[in-house]
Design a protein around this ligand. Structure first.
Ligand code: GPW
Length: 808
């Protein structure tokens, strides 16, 4: 029964909506398109959010509280309409109203583009942190880039990845506000020299190229509270005056060129994940959003602090998310000295006390290094400051720490004519952290060991987390309702409360509903698969899923080779007892990453072979879903039985899909890597399936130049068979996989795929036997949901607040 207030709310909503439809489309509701229906809903929701937004900002201005600004080159926010509706506690009203108006709510939600302003885990983590901070009511804002084109859309054509440009702004975007009057100027190129003015040596920067940075603000709404924070994304535009100047001189082409060169800066997100690019335009992007963000933060701070910067670092924390914003160090020095007139020492104190830094990888190819020449050419003043920071740092190591020249050069920010951005970030900040316990340990013992020995107090660890609102509550509503009926609503804000679910471990009625929900989610995913790939899968089979960027270290190849092996077993012994499995893959490869693209091709070739072989009798199905993004993840995570987390130990800093799957009751099949180790500790060894070399074992082999993959090959006939199939024409026109064959046998299998193969096979067999025992399986799944509390990004953000930013 609806209360009179609820009934009124629904009626009010309906009339506001009917009117809004006319405003956005100039038509009556009956004639409106789905897109118009979406736009009308988005506008109504945005109005409601904006009211709280204005209020939050005003409150922050009056109540002094340390603010955190998160600087990141990626924010993978996902679709927002449903999030806003649910966080406003408006879900029921909107659903009923839409229904009564004869509209399909899901179809309307599906009109929204999914802003792909990030590549993968790193960008998504930032979006989770923003959501959690707003839900916790903390003053915490994001600062990044307003890319015109986000991550490319992936199509699969003839089994291969084809990239299509992403145009997320094509229909306009209702959840951002352009704020031209808060624009700032960012300067590139030019010359620097000192001049004597009135006897004093004065520093002059001239002939630079000014670019206008225009902010777009997006509201970040807390769940069921009234906090709305901001995500500020900067867009590059030409300065009008300059265009006019060229026009007046009749230099039309110059004017147009300047315009497009300016706009180029924020045209596109670089599509590399865990790999540093080295392109001038990328460095331009890095400086662009750092400079614009810091200028605004500092000028706002002065406005509210009687123009005084003394206590800046007590009131503001600036967080450097991986090294892409590491220019925060020298840029803050520049603003404080050149624009604000502070001395080097005063500027340095404020800078270092304000900055904190998180590292997200130990892969050498991902550690950013920029050629000195490029930096000098593009941002000469910043280069000067970096040189001076480095000189003073070297000096202090020599005098205070008593290091010799060899030791000093190993820690230098400038090495081999390159700027080492991680070193720059560490030297300029007072805190460095890794994103899972093992990862932080590797940072201390290996990657940054020299710094750790000097400044042990600067090193911390904060394990990643994901927001349960997006990755459980809003995407697995049936499970949400079951949980709430069973243990109340407290868990939504304190995910540790999920442990109360263990009370139901012997409750048959609960178990039945829990399993039925999983099955329904699998049916939903099966429909999607049928519609997208024209493949019919069996929802009763084990859904074994690996979704993430395609990367050698993440070892989708190990998974694929195992499928091929299973196929061989079934072909050799067609009547064997076999538990049906559906192997689901999704993920994008960087467009220039040849080997990753070959892996996609191989998965699709295996799918073609296995899915169409009548001898298999549909007992194995292989599916590669195109264009993995946040929205697709929201359909996939709730439907998984097995979460594949099979990176080479020591290589995956944390992983976060492991947490999203776990929360939805999937069982992790994983190596002892990244946060898998902490999932193991949380659920206990009975409730996870692990395999493979440990990180220490991997390091041990690496120190000897690797293991011998040929030896493994020679002693294992299953491996011999699958290796031959890669190159013997098994896949017909679908391809020959010589490069994969070579990497495993000729180039000694850098990621230990063949070395871990047998162990992986054993783990997969264990899964089969467990799955047959339905009670045991339910119990494991329940443990995974119940002990996912510590993997909430609420916990992660609180850890940062306590340990890193010291805000609470
Ligand atoms: F290389 N991560 C990512 F460290 O998604 F910058 N993209 C990246 O470019 C990098 C890291 C970078 C990921 C890590 O691979 C993953 O293990 C981690 O869970 C995630 O960042 C969030 O910390």
């Amino acid at each position: 029964m609806k209360s009179p207030t609820q009934l009124k709310e629904i009626e009010d909503f309906k009339s506001a909506y009917i009117k809004k439809i006319e405003e956005v489309s100039g038509e009556y509701l009956a004639l409106s398109s789905h897109l118009n229906q979406y736009q009308a809903l988005a506008e109504i929701v945005m109005e409601k959010v904006a009211t709280q937004w204005a209020k939050t900002s005003a409150q922050y201005d009056t109540i002094p509280h340390k603010r955190v600004y998160l600087f990141s080159i990626e924010f993978l926010i996902g679709r927002l309409l449903k999030s806003y509706v649910n966080s406003l506690n408006w879900e029921e009203t909107v659903k009923i109203a839409m229904h009564e108006l004869g509209l399909d709510y899901q179809t309307i939600l599906d009109q929204e583009t999914d802003p792909g302003l990030g590549n993968g885990g790193l960008g998504r983590l930032m979006a989770c942190f923003l959501e959690s901070a707003a839900t916790l009511g903390l003053p915490f804002h994001g600062n990044g880039i307003h890319y015109k084109h986000g991550l490319f859309e992936q199509k699969i054509i003839n089994g291969e990845q084809v990239e299509v440009s992403d145009n997320w702004l094509r229909n306009g975007y209702p959840f951002e506000i352009r704020k031209p009057n808060e624009s700032v100027i960012v300067k590139f190129y030019g010359d620097i020299h000192y001049e004597k003015v009135n006897g004093a040596l004065t520093f002059v920067y001239e002939n630079y190229e000014p670019i206008l940075a225009v902010p777009y603000d997006l509201p970040v709404k807390g769940y069921h509270n009234s906090t709305v924070n901001s995500l500020r994304l900067w867009s590059a535009e030409p300065l009008d005056e300059f265009d006019l100047l060229s026009f007046n001189k009749g230099q039309f082409i110059d004017a147009v060129r300047h315009k497009s060169e300016a706009e180029a800066i924020t045209q596109i997100l670089y599509p590399n994940d865990n790999e540093a690019g080295g392109k001038l335009l990328r460095l331009k992007q890095e400086y662009f959003f750092v400079c614009a963000g810091l200028k605004r933060i500092i000028s706002r701070f002065k406005r509210f602090n009687q123009n005084c910067l003394d206590d800046f670092s007590e009131k503001i924390a600036i967080h450097i998310n991986d090294t892409h914003p590491a220019l925060c160090g020298p840029e803050m020095m520049r603003i404080l000295m050149d624009d604000e007139g502070l001395s080097w020492n005063d500027a340095w104190k404020i800078t270092q006390n304000s900055l904190t830094f998180t590292n997200h990888t130990v892969l050498p190819e991902a550690l950013e290094k920029w050629p000195v020449e490029m930096m000098k050419f593009l941002i000469p003043r910043i280069y000067m400051i970096i040189e001076e920071i480095n000189r003073q740092f070297g000096e202090s190591l020599r005098l205070k720490a008593g290091l010799n020249e060899l030791q000093i050069s190993a820690l230098s920010i400038i090495q081999d004519n390159q700027i080492n951005m991680a070193n720059l970030a560490i030297v300029c900040s007072h805190s460095v952290n890794g994103v899972a316990e093992l990862h932080s340990k590797i940072l201390k013992e290996e990657t940054f060991n020299g710094y750790y020995k000097l400044f042990p107090e600067r090193f911390h660890s904060v394990t990643n987390g994901v927001t349960p609102r997006r990755f459980l509550i809003n995407c697995n509503t049936n499970l949400r309702d079951l949980i709430t009926e069973s243990i109340g609503t407290e868990w939504i804000k304190n995910l540790y409360d999920l442990e109360n679910l263990m009370r139901f471990k012997n409750d048959l009625a609960f178990a039945k509903r829990f399993c039925q929900i999983k099955l329904d989610n699998k049916i939903r995913l099966s429909h999607y698969i049928k519609q997208q790939n024209q493949i019919v899968v069996n929802p009763e089979s084990i859904f074994d899923i690996q979704v993430k960027r395609i990367h050698e270290y993440k070892r989708q190849l190990l998974n694929a080779l195992h499928v091929l092996h299973l196929y061989n077993c079934l072909k050799a012994n067609p009547n064997q007892e076999f538990i049906p499995r559906t192997f689901i893959f999704a993920g994008k490869a960087a467009p220039g990453y040849y080997f990753a693209k070959e892996i996609i091709k191989l998965i699709n070739a295996i799918a073609e072979l296995v899915n169409n072989d009548p001898a298999i009798h549909d007992r194995i199905k292989v599916v590669f879903l195109a264009n993995f993004n946040v929205s697709l993840g929201e359909i996939i995570y709730p439907a998984a039985n097995i979460s594949e987390q099979i990176s080479t130990a020591g290589k995956e800093a944390s992983g976060t899909s492991n947490m999203k799957f776990m929360m939805n009751g999937a069982i992790t099949l994983g190596t002892m890597d990244g946060a898998n180790i902490e999932i193991y500790e949380a659920v206990g060894k009975e409730n996870i399936v692990t395999f493979g070399l440990s990180s220490d074992e991997v390091t041990h082999y690496e120190k000897q130049g690797g293991y011998s993959s040929i030896e493994v090959y020679e002693s294992n006939e299953h491996i011999q068979k699958i290796m031959h199939q890669l190159i013997d024409g098994t896949f017909g026109h679908l391809g020959n996989f010589q490069s994969i064959y070579d990497s495993l046998l000729l180039y000694n299998d850098t990621y230990f795929i063949l070395k871990d193969f047998d162990s992986y096979l054993g783990a997969q067999k264990r899964i089969n036997s467990i799955f047959q025992d339905k009670t045991k399986w339910f119990n494991m799944a329940l443990h995974n949901v119940a002990y996912s509390g510590r993997f909430s990004s609420d916990r992660a953000v609180l850890d940062y607040q306590k340990k890193i930013w010291k805000t609470i």
